[in-house]
Design a protein around this ligand. Structure first.
Ligand code: GLY
Length: 370
């Protein structure tokens, strides 16, 4: 079973193809984009060890040759020095304006290689082959590319849409359970922000999804991508609605910063805890019923995910410290904290009208639960 979601941006439309064993079909899927039968692939060493041969074989089946570069895995790879390395290597491979670069990996590789493709020869096309759940449902779709700066995450980058995304759900089988569940935090986010029926479905199907049922995985990735595509088509450059995708992120980023973007808290784990906090805040502001945050937390717990601030090991700053970190989020506009709140499950909206004292009390209570 193969599903296709079209991201129908004028002049830059592309397909997100979702299915099992897609690496084996990579050649026939990529070949319509090529002016000559060769591609350059940038990946990381972990993904290369597990899946690069399958990609090479899949491309070769359609007569396409590939050169590959493997970078160290991890967030530190999203740096200027690695952009330079990628661009140098791509030029050494004599990549031309009409060629296609392939980003083969998780969010780090997708963001980095997308950015290198955006600036190489003033922009060459690239294909995303995301290998983590988080990258399949979020970062590979929508054209945000970039690297981290000393001053913060994702502060340098460009909007550069891929020409094709291949989400092979079979490769998710090699993720650790923790990484899979962290990606699931972003899947839940879509139900919470805009589709209560999807959240109902996840409550029932979450177990099968984690257990590796392919049809369930394909359905979950498809619905997530469909929702992301709808939002990106409305607001590609995040002037408004695209901020809905940041549900849980204002709290999540503060917690990630407080834990040093380390193994203590993965991005998707921060998003999951952040979603629970965003619903708790919405209930305290009288926007939704108290049942909604309880239901969100119950589902995350049932999935074995981090749900509360108390689930983060080690010390954290006091509530005011966390609030200050939220103020440094790049989504702050004219000094105002932007929140994504909800009037119920599936009914999120963007607002800057949130009394700081309510947030402070919420954080104090969350920290007291520790
Ligand atoms: N990951 C959020 C966005 O693509 O806008």
């Amino acid at each position: 079973m193969i599903e296709t979601v079209r991201v129908d941006l004028p002049g830059r439309a592309y397909d997100v193809v979702i299915g099992a064993d897609l690496l084996a079909q990579a050649g026939s899927l990529v070949s319509p984009l090529l002016q000559r039968p060769r591609v350059t692939v940038i990946t990381d060493e972990s993904v290369a060890a597990l899946h690069l041969k399958a990609l090479r074989d899949g491309l070769a089946r359609a007569g396409i040759t590939m050169q590959s570069l493997s970078l160290p895995p991890g967030e530190a790879t999203k740096s200027w020095s690695q952009v330079e390395h990628c661009v140098d290597w791509l030029l050494d491979q004599q990549v031309e304006r009409g060629d296609v670069v392939v980003a083969f990996g998780g969010g780090v590789i997708g963001d980095l290689v997308g950015f290198a493709a955006a600036i190489l020869r003033r922009g060459v096309r690239f294909v995303q082959i995301p290998t983590s759940l988080l990258a399949q449902v979020d970062s590979s779709v929508g054209g945000k590319t970039g690297i981290n700066a000393r001053q913060g995450k994702n502060l340098i980058g460009a909007f550069h849409q891929p020409s094709l995304v291949l989400a092979d759900v079979s490769v998710l089988g090699t993720l650790t359970p923790r990484d899979f569940l962290a990606g699931y935090g972003e899947v839940v986010k879509y139900g919470l922000l805009g589709d209560s029926a999807f959240f109902d479905w996840l409550e029932v199907q979450g177990g099968a999804l984690v257990a590796g049922d392919m049809a369930t995985r394909i359905a979950a990735v498809r619905r997530s991508v469909e929702m992301k595509a709808e939002i990106v088509m409305r607001d590609e450059t995040e002037q408004g609605d695209r901020a809905l995708l940041n549900l849980g992120h204002t709290f999540g980023h503060a917690l990630e910063t407080a834990t040093g973007y380390s193994d203590r808290l993965l991005h998707g784990e921060g998003v999951a805890i952040g979603c629970a906090l965003a619903f708790e805040l919405s209930a305290r502001l009288g926007l939704c019923s108290q049942e909604d945050p309880s239901r969100v937390r119950a589902h995350l717990k049932a999935m074995g995910m981090k749900t509360d601030v108390a689930d983060i090991a080690g010390d954290l700053p006091a509530a005011q410290g966390l609030l200050d970190l939220m103020g440094q989020d790049k989504k702050v506009v004219a000094g105002q904290l932007n929140f994504i709140l909800a009037r119920g499950i599936g009914q999120a909206f963007v607002t800057d009208d949130v009394p700081r004292d309510v947030v402070l009390t919420l954080l104090k209570d969350a920290l007291q639960g520790r």
